[in-house]
Design a binder for this molecule. Structure first.
Ligand SMILES: Cc1cc2nc3c(=O)[nH]c(=O)nc-3n(C[C@H](O)[C@H](O)[C@H](O)COP(=O)(O)OP(=O)(O)OC[C@H]3O[C@@H](n4cnc5c(N)ncnc54)[C@H](O)[C@@H]3O)c2cc1C
Ligand code: FES
Length: 265
């Protein structure tokens, strides 16, 4: 059930250059949230920005008996995120969620890849935790983290502490292999016969991952970002072209943000 609430901030900390993690005391209905779902946020009593901003649910750390905490990992890019970074514990946010259609979590016997580009890692940490809870053998989950530079590589320690192997690639070579995240992914696919690739990141990366998956006959789910206005399937602001049966488009906010990569044009 999507609920609008005013919630208290319990933490708001930098984790890398330009990236922060915020923790909020939310209602128990978030216990049924799935990885890939998101919330939309505004600052209470602030006229600007007018539109709520969408952010993926990054983690659900355990809270008190009658509350649940949710975490959001965010990159400071513009007006809203610059205001968010200044918020301190005890301040309040107006949030609406959980929204959208998330990743499918199954117990795969074959290897699974998780591919993240920069801030696209945000929902994939929640996904990794749910795969572990579902009983997936962590030795069979390989995580590929990519970014322009070393400070864009986030959450490597969280994936490692879950028991997953992590491969890092940066465009400038300041962390891990020099190059695009798709390069180590392609090499790994040849030796490991995976059955699923989960991905989130910039559109060109998702297009490349989708094409690699399709060429090897591997299922692939991608979480995509678009600009959003209502966030509730009402305004068409987030429509993307699709090639499945139907109207030729879908709403990212209502039908996504996670899609089977084959459906997206
Ligand atoms: C489903 C979904 C989940 C998201 N999850 C996260 C998350 O977990 N962490 C995170 O940091 N961000 C996430 N985003 C992006 C986030 O919503 C934007 O960064 C935020 O709205 C920027 O607000 P702002 O006012 O700070 O910047 P603005 O001033 O609105 O924008 C600054 C710049 O960023 C660009 N921009 C804004 N929104 C987007 C977008 N959705 N896609 C591409 N470019 C954009 C603008 O065109 C502009 O150039 C998500 C977006 C969607 C649709
Ligand atoms: S943002 Fe309005 S329909 Fe998706």
């Amino acid at each position: 059930m999507i609920t609008q609430q005013t919630v208290e901030i319990t933490r708001n900390e930098p984790i890398s250059d330009g990236y922060h993690r915020i923790r909020l005391n939310c209602g128990m209905h978030y216990a049924s949230a799935t990885p890939g779902q998101f919330v939309t946020i505004r600052l209470p009593d602030q006229a600007e920005p007018l539109l709520r901003r969408p952010f993926s649910i990054h983690r659900l750390p355990s809270g008190d008996a009658d509350t649940l905490q949710i975490e959001i990992l965010y990159r400071v890019v513009g007006g809203f995120t610059r205001q968010l970074v200044r918020q301190v514990p005890g301040n309040e946010l107006d949030i609406l969620g959980p929204i959208g259609h998330g990743f499918s979590v199954r117990l795969y016997e074959h290897p699974v890849a998780i591919a993240a580009g920069g801030i696209g890692v945000a929902p994939l940490v929640f996904l990794a935790e749910r795969l572990k809870q579902a009983g997936m053998d962590m030795n069979r989950v390989m995580v590929f983290l990519g970014g322009r530079t070393g400070t864009d590589i986030l959450c490597e320690g969280i994936f490692s502490s879950l028991g997953m192997q992590v491969s890092v690639a940066t465009e400038d070579g300041t962390a891990g292999e020099k190059g695009l995240v798709t390069e180590p992914l392609q090499k790994w696919i040849k030796d490991n016969n995976p059955k699923m690739i989960y991905a989130c990141g910039p559109h060109p990366m998702l297009k490349a991952v989708g094409e690699i998956a399709q060429s090897h006959g591997i299922a692939c789910e991608v979480s995509i970002e678009t600009l959003m206005a209502c966030g509730l399937g009402v305004c068409m602001g987030c429509a993307v072209s699709t090639n499945d049966a139907g109207e030729g488009y879908r709403h990212v906010c209502k039908d996504g943000p996670v899609f089977d990569a084959r459906v997206l044009v």
